[in-house]
Design a protein around this ligand. Structure first.
Ligand code: SAH
Length: 254
């Protein structure tokens, strides 16, 4: 890349733990692109867009470690062990994750594994789907008129159910952004309403955000599960007044 400033060297024997963003390759950071262009091996999740992977050097090995399509996925510990082994063999290892590596991406565990074993690493943040994906649906996560706080949370526990959040506390946070919630919209809206949230408050589900397949389903909190019934994975659920802004700010693909 011909830039008027230097990007850091991708040293052999190191790992770059990078976010690829929610899909649109244009949302890659310069550092993530630099990593792709210099990596010897790219270890990626299923959520990383094919157009992003195609930016890697043709000689670079690509290793998919995602869970998708019913295939058994490698255990987290095995992925971390593999990153360590690849780096120790002297390769430049790009660990590429969808969105941001430290937002529900298990990047923290991988970084801990690298830190514990003394493998040099760099973290390259990415655009998280719960912020950038919503922006592509014309939904700002904060807006001066509506909210001064936002909460990012998971909508799914180890058994696939809505997690044991403190729903009473969550019901008082003006904007809630749920990741991995697709099968639990009904349970989530039910718990929020039971905890005192207004059933008429706006909510939106944004699926396959930032790609040509992006879809937005809008509804009240009590209706959102039905309104989003045919929404496909991956999807973000947002609850709060900002969801209403989609109607005025829907700029993408429109
Ligand atoms: N690290 C990722 C999140 C990984 S968890 C990030 O920062 O975005 C996986 C969840 O992310 C999915 O279940 C979905 O809720 C969300 N997600 C990822 N990509 C998405 C996309 N393009 N559109 C909508 N949701 C997405």
């Amino acid at each position: 890349m011909n830039l008027p400033f230097a990007l850091p060297d991708f040293a052999p024997g190191s790992v770059w733990l990078a976010g690829a963003g929610p899909g649109d390759p244009g949302l890659l950071s310069l550092l993530a692109l630099h990593g792709l262009v210099h990596a010897d091996v790219v270890v990626h999740d299923a959520l990383v867009d094919a157009r992003v992977l195609d930016l890697a050097r043709p000689e670079a090995e690509r290793i998919g470690v995602g869970k998708r399509g019913g295939q058994p996925s490698p255990k987290q510990g095995e992925i971390t062990a593999r990153l360590i082994a690849l780096a120790r063999s002297g390769l430049r290892v790009l660990r590429l994750k969808g969105g941001d590596p430290f937002v529900f991406g298990r990047g923290a565990e991988e970084a801990m594994g690298l830190a514990d074993t003394g493998v040099p690493f760099r973290v390259v943040p990415g655009v998280s789907s719960g912020i950038g994906g919503l922006a592509y649906a014309g939904i700002p996560v904060t807006s001066r008129g509506t909210n001064s706080a936002v909460c990012l949370l998971t909508g799914h526990d180890a058994e696939g159910k809505a997690p044991a959040h403190d729903w009473q506390a969550l019901a008082r946070i003006p904007v809630l952004v749920f990741y991995m919630a697709l099968r639990n919209f009904d349970e989530i809206s039910g718990r929020l309403i039971a905890a005192g949230r207004d059933p008429g408050e706006p909510a939106a589900a944004v699926s396959r955000a930032t790609t040509a397949q992006q879809k937005v389903a809008l509804g009240t909190l009590s209706e959102i599960a039905a309104a989003a019934a045919d929404v496909e994975a991956p999807a973000i659920l947002v609850v709060g007044e900002v969801a209403r802004l989609h109607q005025s700010l829907d700029w993408f693909l429109s």
